[in-house]
Design a protein around this ligand. Structure first.
Ligand SMILES: [Zn+2]
Ligand SMILES: [Zn+2]
Ligand SMILES: [Zn+2]
Length: 148
């Protein structure tokens, strides 16, 4: 779990990445840090009615570009975003960990402690990204399942 940061820390983060400290950016940051799962743009739209789509889209894009959040797809192929744990830099992410996609709640979890195995591709293939995800029941859904 990521320790919840306070607003001053979020302001510092934006400063550090040379981003203007706007209220919507701060809200998106604090929302993403408060969750232990990845968040999609529709998730954000549902809780932040006053921020328009285009603004949200731009915020997610610039955060990803700056190395604050990384993109991961859920089982429906929707882009979700999770806070970066590794020291990611602008346009250069190091989030080489396994992701878990829950088939019930559809949440995507970063398994930060599970790093990806290194693979060697056949000659001639030049990798730019490599993802590995597991799917099944997350601890929350598994608990609900066994209570029944
Ligand atoms: Zn990253
Ligand atoms: Zn679940
Ligand atoms: Zn991740």
């Amino acid at each position: 779990m990521i320790p919840v940061k306070n607003n001053y820390q979020f302001e510092d983060m934006l400063d550090k990445h040379q981003l203007k400290k706007t209220a919507p950016r701060l809200r998106v940051l604090s929302m993403m840090y408060s969750k232990n799962t990845a968040t999609s743009q529709p998730d954000l739209e549902n809780v932040m009615h006053d921020i328009d789509r285009v603004t949200l889209y731009r915020i997610l894009n610039v955060f990803e570009e700056k190395g604050i959040i990384h993109k991961v797809f859920d089982l429906d192929g929707t882009a979700n975003y999770a806070v970066c744990h590794s020291d990611c830099e602008a346009n250069h992410h190091h989030d080489e960990h396994v992701h878990f996609n829950c088939t019930v709640c559809k949440n995507v979890y970063c398994l930060n402690e599970l790093s990806l195995p290194s693979i060697t591709l056949p000659a001639g293939f030049k990798p730019e990204s490599f993802t590995l995800y597991a799917s099944g029941l997350c601890p929350k859904c598994d608990k609900k399942n066994s209570v029944k």
